[in-house]
Design a binder for this molecule. Structure first.
Ligand code: TUI
Length: 317
């Protein structure tokens, strides 16, 4: 049985597996299932309003007594209000994505909240550690959704070598091989999004889950580079249209208009051609919808087996 992960004690979890705080999909159903299974579930507040967030926090607590996190999206129009909600509701762990949360760290620390920012560069990781981040999630460009420019393979060891706090690897991870690899790179755990979308508990539309199961290794594309907010999604009619507009040099306002409301259209309403299907490059590895507990147990067992098996490379004597 693998143990001694430096992220488990501070976060109060059994296994070093975090569920990424996905907008629309990181709801009480998925979050409580991940936390009940011994990982860390994360409510994805995305650009949802404060009432929704409060309700999800309360619903999660009705379903589990285990720790969970709330992800605050830095581009949210409700950023300030949602931060108030996490303090009021006494959430113990806050994750951040999509921007630099530096100015909010001191206030959250004062409220006794553990802070876990997601970063895509060493510079920001260092800055946030200095400001009090408890754990840093280093996310490679293999991830779904808003992405940086560096791969997990290159980013994780560089961040791990630069920080004292534990690092969690994200981007391109969906099985025990990914966990073992992340540990080899100097991380203390993993965060996964796409793998958890294809769980029984995730409320994503079945057609979106099916698109992930059908995906191959090159099924995702990054659009929006011209807007400064590159996003990785499964390729479909929407991404073709977006790419065409970008090639023609369309203004950011037109691109933003095209993107508006498209995430819920894709992931909740199941419009797989016109909607935005945010998913990571590892989608091609995911072949089955499983219960969350099975996903987590399988990953822990597989990682342990791999770590044992790696001993074949040691010479005897
Ligand atoms: O945040 C994510 N992934 C996301 S957020 C999101 S919501 C969205 N919807 C529509 C368009 C765009 C976004 C969907 N997926 N991952 C965490 C993450 N954060 N990855 C990279 C970063 C990041 C990027 C820049 C963190 C900080 C940052 O700071 C820039 C700076 O100011 O230094």
């Amino acid at each position: 049985m693998l143990n001694n992960f430096a992220v488990c004690d501070p976060l109060g979890i059994d296994y070093p597996i975090v569920q990424g705080g996905m907008a629309w999909l990181g709801t009480a159903e998925l979050v409580s299932a991940v936390s009940e299974a011994g990982g860390l579930g994360t409510i994805g507040s995305g650009d949802a309003p404060p009432d929704w967030l409060r309700q999800q926090i309360r619903q999660t607590r009705e379903r589990t007594n285990r720790p969970f996190a709330v992800n605050i999206m830095m581009m949210s129009p409700f950023l300030a209000d949602n931060l108030k909600i996490v303090v009021e509701e006494e959430v113990k762990i806050v994750a951040f994505g999509g921007g630099n949360p530096g100015v909010y760290l001191a206030g959250l620390k004062e409220a006794g909240i553990k802070v876990m920012p997601v970063v895509s560069s060493v510079a920001l990781a260092r800055r946030l550690e200095r400001l009090g981040a408890d754990v840093v999630i280093a996310e490679g460009m293999e991830s779904g959704g808003h992405v940086g420019e560096t791969t997990t393979m290159a980013l994780v060891p560089q961040v791990a070598s630069s920080l004292k706090v534990p690092v969690i690897a994200a981007g391109g991870i969906a099985d025990g091989r990914g966990l073992a690899a992340a540990l080899a790179l100097g991380a203390q755990g993993i965060q996964m999004g796409t793998r958890f979308i294809c769980s029984e508990e995730c409320i994503a539309h079945p057609r979106f889950k099916e698109q992930i199961l059908q995906a191959h290794d090159r099924a995702t594309v990054v659009t929006g580079e011209s807007t400064g907010h590159p996003v990785r999604c499964l390729q479909n009619k929407l991404t073709y249209k977006f790419t065409e507009l970008e090639k023609r040099g369309a203004p950011t306002s037109e691109l933003e208009e095209l993107g508006r409301g498209k995430l819920s259209l894709g992931v909740m309403q199941g419009n797989i051609e016109e909607g935005s299907l945010m998913a990571g490059q590892i989608a091609g590895l995911i072949k089955e919808i499983k219960p969350v507990k099975t996903i987590i147990d399988d990953i822990m067992a597989e990682a342990e087996q791999i770590i044992d098996a790696l001993n074949v490379y040691k010479s005897k004597g």
